[in-house]
Design a protein around this ligand. Structure first.
Ligand code: UDP
Ligand code: MG
Length: 340
């Protein structure tokens, strides 16, 4: 009888490089939201031009001037005379989230890169990100490898914010990911189709889904100037994010109310029993005042939370545009005709 032999074990290489699905020619838009970044733009634009030209057949840089008061206009005057650089000048400072929306709307490439204009986001990383896009990812986002460059209080605040916003929510927002991203046209169109006025971009990126890949990077120190996001602005941004992406603050009021009512009922029953059965006198002006103040405070806190949400509803129903464009200049990619 034939002896059954085990099939030979072949040690085939585990990794088979798949053919890259996106080898076709690509047009690339790079969006830079800028608020008083003239000195940084002088450094960044030449660097970026070299990187983008090496990565794409056609490319453009869309500079969104978010109400700058420095000589950004002068710097861009030199650049917009050449092909590839376009300026979208907003009529005042509308904030980074609105500037990003303006840039996404103006961008005409098959792929859009979003990055800060202060050189904190190394342009060299775009090559790695584009490699992931070529391999099939629709969204490639850079995550900070560390937050050692930030103050202790800012790191603690960030952790608390992500713990709060990701609590009970179905679409988690990745921590340490910022606005340095590569977006496929499909993702850009999905973002543009979202109608809300309150544009907390980090949440919207997560909400649209698609295949996302994270790439770690080390944020560089700002080349010139100072960060625009102080404690006050960050707090406002956090409240915008929480009200746009978390519903639980509205719901916990109900649970806390039930808990307090039950506690009050039980304490009342105990006092009544101790008075009727043992004749203990009921006293306690202090107790009453403290309890009243406590619950009054609690109610006011919940009213405040409710107010934040109502304010957002008010913003939404006003239907104002997200930004106003004062001027456009320069020429980049041709307007899009066909869907990607
Ligand atoms: N920015 C903007 N509008 C604003 C605030 C910031 O366009 O109202 C731009 C800014 O010019 C920069 C990017 O957003 O290109 C990131 O801002 P910044 O470096 O101040 O923030 P940080 O890096 O500290 O988060
Ligand atoms: Mg910065």
């Amino acid at each position: 009888s034939a002896v059954l032999e085990a099939p030979p074990v072949t040690l085939a290489p585990a990794i088979v490089t798949p053919p890259l699905p996106r080898q076709r020619p690509v047009s690339l838009s790079c969006v830079l939201p800028c608020w008083n970044e003239a000195r940084n733009l002088r450094l960044l634009l030449p660097l970026l031009a070299r990187v983008l030209a090496s990565l794409a057949d056609e490319w453009e840089v869309v500079v969104v001037d978010d109400g700058s008061t420095d000589d950004t206009t002068a710097v861009l005057g030199e650049w917009t005379e050449m092909p590839h650089v376009r300026l979208v000048q907003l009529s005042r400072n509308f904030g980074k989230e609105a500037a990003l929306s303006a840039g996404l709307e103006a961008a005409r490439g098959d792929v859009v890169v979003l990055m800060d204009a202060d050189l904190q986001h190394p342009p060299g990383l775009i090559a790695t990100m584009m490699a992931h896009w070529r391999a099939g990812a629709d969204v490639v986002y850079a995550v900070r490898a560390s937050r050692d460059d930030e103050a202790w209080a800012k790191r603690a605040g960030t952790r608390l914010f992500y713990a709060l916003i990701n609590r009970f929510e179905r679409v988690p927002i990745p921590e340490d990911a910022g606005d340095f991203r590569v977006l496929d046209r499909r993702a850009v169109d999905a973002l543009l189709s979202l109608p809300e006025r309150n544009r907390f971009m980090k949440g919207l990126y997560a909400w649209i889904g698609f295949d996302a890949v994270a790439v770690p990077y080390q944020p560089q120190p700002r080349a010139h100037g100072r960060s625009h996001f102080g404690a006050g602005r960050l707090l406002r941004l956090s409240i915008d994010g929480l009200t746009a992406f978390a519903n639980w603050p509205l719901r916990i009021a109900g649970s806390v109310g039930v808990f307090c009512a039950l506690a009050g009922f039980m304490y009342g029953a105990y006092l009544t029993a101790s008075y009727l059965l043992y004749g203990h006198p009921i006293s306690g002006w202090t107790t009453i005042v403290v309890t009243l103040l406590f619950f009054f405070g609690l109610q006011m806190i919940f009213l405040g939370i409710l107010g934040e949400y109502v304010a957002r509803i008010f913003d939404e129903v006003k239907h104002r545009p997200l930004f106003v464009v004062k001027r456009e200049a320069g020429s980049g990619l041709p307007p899009r005709t066909k869907p990607c």
